[in-house]
Design a protein around this ligand. Structure first.
Ligand code: DGL
Length: 260
């Protein structure tokens, strides 16, 4: 299925997520790659991905990648841990020439912080059930408690980044670990990066680790190696798209520009 076409440095980079979560990766990308143009696609109509069967997430991811390729992108960033788990390997096999950069829950950096306490790894049920996560866990899972968070991305989709309902969700989620010494919290879903303040209220001073910066650095390395970085005088920019119409695009815009 590979297109075997050559990609051009001046072309935009395609990025996608099930919804607004990937905007947390886009924020980092805009900061670190200011000369690049980005087309971000939130598959809001089909969100959440994290509670759907793997095959369905793979089919949805394929559809989004086709949509982005139709817009002439030179690379794809899967700004979603769940879609990475379900689709990254298949997409890389199907589009062998296309640089595809994906997410990984930050268990590796968290393992460096682990001493005698525990690391809480928050992610969607789909990510935690996936083979990719099992492999990562086998390498860096010492002291890690995996915490599936069904229903959490929906708060971010609604624009609820704080408030009593979210606090109640976290109270319930963290109750089993009340007597544990938590050394780090892994944010293994791109939506959760927007909830850092609310999570920090439960774990003051504890490092909250997402994979966003690492993913963007990896993107930069890939583009550089393929001579696909935009020229230094190029004007960067962002185009936001959603399968769910105009309202989610407005929420994406707000999150892209929000002071967090
Ligand atoms: N933002 C996505 C992730 O990183 C998933 C949220 C969802 O659709 O369940 O896993």
């Amino acid at each position: 299925m590979s297109d075997c076409k050559s990609y051009l440095p001046a072309s935009p980079i395609g990025m996608f997520d099930s919804g607004v979560g990937g905007i947390s990766v886009l924020r980092e990308a805009v900061r670190l790659l200011p000369n690049e143009r980005f087309v971000f696609y939130g598959d809001t109509k089909n969100a959440p991905y994290g509670t759907k069967p793997r095959e369905e997430v793979l089919a949805l991811s394929r559809q989004v990648v086709r949509e982005l390729l139709g817009r002439g992108v030179k690379a794809i960033v899967i700004a979603c841990n769940t879609a990475t788990s379900a689709a990254a390997a298949a997409l890389r096999a199907e589009y062998a020439d296309l640089p595809i950069v994906a997410m990984e829950p930050a268990l590796k950096p968290a393992s460096l912080l682990h001493r005698d306490g525990v690391v809480l790894s928050l992610a969607t049920p789909g990510t935690i059930a996936g083979e990719k996560y099992a492999h990562l866990y086998s390498l860096y899972g010492e002291g890690v408690i995996s915490v599936p968070c069904p229903g959490l991305m929906e708060f971010v989709e609604r624009g609820q980044l704080s408030g009593p309902e979210l606090t109640a969700y976290f109270q319930n989620l963290f109750a089993p670990y009340r007597d544990k010494h938590v050394e780090a919290v892994v944010l293994g879903c791109t939506h959760y990066s927007f909830l850092k303040k609310s999570i920090a209220a439960f774990y003051p001073g504890v490092p909250l680790l997402d994979g966003n910066e690492g993913t963007v650095r990896q993107l930069r390395r890939r583009l550089e190696a393929l001579n696909l970085l935009a020229p230094p005088d190029a004007k960067g920019g962002v185009e936001l798209l959603s399968s769910g119409g105009k309202a989610p695009v407005e929420r994406m815009k707000a999150l892209l520009n929000a002071e967090l």
